[in-house]
Write a protein that binds this ligand. Structure first.
Ligand code: HEC
Length: 130
């Protein structure tokens, strides 16, 4: 009986180690993809502006809040200049009807340059999920 227990606990150990090493690999993989996004200079600049402009009051990264999750916005629009300008104009003027009936309030005090920097950050967020 004692012997059986030892074998059992040994094999359990082996199993635990096995799963540990695979989760380390997953963590490494995740860090790698996140790093490629955060290395982009648009990321930090946009994130700082979004954080200080109160955008996170209505937007979360991955879950719907009052506004759509930024990950979904990023998945919907290709990250090109045309979309950056179109979305930046909406952030400044406000928008409604694309994601539901709740409108986004206008942000008239933002400069176009800052709004574009924020949209560039938002549109980068899809790359984390790749
Ligand atoms: C009062 C809540 C609120 C705040 C504050 C807010 N948003 Fe929004 N946002 C929304 C809602 C609601 C929508 C969806 C509008 C729609 O359906 O067209 C939205 C949509 C968006 C979209 C997608 C627009 C589209 O047409 O697909 C972007 C990009 C965006 N917001 C960025 C921002 C940024 C950047 C800020 C900070 C300056 C911000 N939002 C602040 C509520 C908000």
């Amino acid at each position: 009986m004692k012997k059986y227990c030892i074998i059992l606990s040994l094999s359990f150990f082996g199993f635990a180690c096995g799963s540990n090493s695979s989760s380390t690999a997953e963590t490494k993989e995740a860090t790698k993809t996140v790093a490629s996004v955060t290395d982009n200079p648009d990321y930090e600049k946009g994130l700082n502006l979004v954080a200080k402009s109160g955008c996170f009051t209505c937007h979360k990264l991955r879950e719907a809040s009052i506004g759509p999750a930024y990950g979904l916005v990023a998945a919907k629009y290709e990250n090109n200049q045309e979309n950056q300008e179109m979305l930046a104009a909406k952030v400044i003027a406000g928008g409604k009807g694309v994601w539901g009936q709740i409108p986004m309030i206008p942000h008239p005090k933002l400069s176009k340059e800052d709004a574009i920097a924020m949209v560039k950050y938002v549109l980068l967020l899809k790359e984390e999920t790749k």
